[in-house]
Design a protein around this ligand. Sequence first.
Ligand code: URP
Ligand code: ZN
Ligand code: ZN
Length: 477
Amino acid sequence: MKTLIKNGTVVNSTGRGQADVLLDGETIAAVLAPGSSLLGFDIEANVDRVIDAAGKYVIPGGIDAHTHMEMPFGGTNASDTFETGTRAAAHGGTTSIVDFVVQYAGEHVHDQFQLWHEKAAGNCAIDYGFHQILSDVQDSSLTAMDELISEGVSSFKLFMAYKGVFLSDDGQIVKAMQKAASNGSMIMMHAENGSVIDLLVQQAIAAGNTSPYYHGLTRPWQAEEEATHRAIMLANLTGAPLFVVHVSAKQAVEQIAIARDRGQNVFGETCPQYLYLSLEDQLGAESSEWGTFEGAKWVCSTPLRSKAEGHQHHMWQSLRTNDIQMVSTDHCPFCMKGQKDMGLADFSKIPNGIGSVEHRMDLLYQGVVDGQLSLERWVEVTSTTPARMFGMYGTKGVIQPGADGDIVVYDPNGHTSIGVGKTHHMNMDYSAWEGYEIDGHVDTVISRGKVVVDGNEYLGTAGDGRYVKRGLSQYLI
Ligand code: URP
Ligand code: ZN
Ligand code: ZN
């Protein structure tokens, strides 16, 4: 199958230009001056399919490096399966995800890795890789860190919160970091001070403050800044590279920026919810169906932060200045009925997570329209950097000959109305983004040479997606 995408503006993180893109099978064969022939050979007459991208952007497929499909968490499972979640991702212009294999206490890393392969294989609409969550840092887990690298897993997430579920103490964190420093892998950190949060939650509930709004108030920015600083110091001590996930507090960004300025390999990711949504939104959220429990729709950790305190503003700024390097969703969806409502009487029982895998490319494109990001930076934070950060660059994250044919044709004159019954393919009974209007539209999505979304129509099948064996981070030497 040969496809020509003609007349578009090709946008890579390094720049933009008018060009035609020729796909041969699963890969990009050539990026050519518009309308050119190849040594006298008429390309258009000899391809199977021509996509006219006049007036549109041709960008590398989105890479969402932080998702939790069907994750067992909070007494339930994230509501998107690998099948429904990756199909929704495809609709939104994301052509690869990196999901998290979970090891809970007492579980063996290899068993869990095998289990996640079984969940994903044959079900995914787009390509997928894995990070590994470690909740039980013991000798066999440390050995597994070496072994998993040859299986394409080069990043390991630890938690400083969720005592009794995920939390590793500082000694365990140091052990895992020492291993990462020796084998070249990346430590990803959920940086919140769990003991402080547990105490504040207990006090809030005892005082009768049980509504979802108190989720945010009991996870203050100080708990995020402190943990971020501690993680940076432990990484400094051990020489491990550190990637701080779902950063929401401006003070945590400042810690990351200081460490980077000192030359330490510290990186940070934020998520659309921290760029657009706030604690004030959550406080104001009320509906006839749920009353103030409406706020449960946006219970996630780290939590939404106060707009008045300037976190949101700072997050956009940090994306521009590269103090924060990329945007993932932390897609961890739960339905209101039967899942979030487990916390009706007690916010601490609400499963933590927001679903956004379908809307990340659009929401960040709105940042371009609003003057927050350049077009190239949009591509960089949603595709190129995730590829490079997690060892996929060259095949993913760029439009160049030899790369995978993962391409999105994006229409800046199109429009997208987000919401249930409009554009909503995630397996959730609500949208955290209901009512958001985007001045752009994902027109065509190509995954390894195959058109999987055309207009709003899904043309792919479960199993199109393939496991990506990742290398080490390409930001490290
Ligand atoms: O609320 C969140 N973030 N849920 C997913 C688990 C995690 O900490 O990433
Ligand atoms: Zn986390
Ligand atoms: Zn997460």
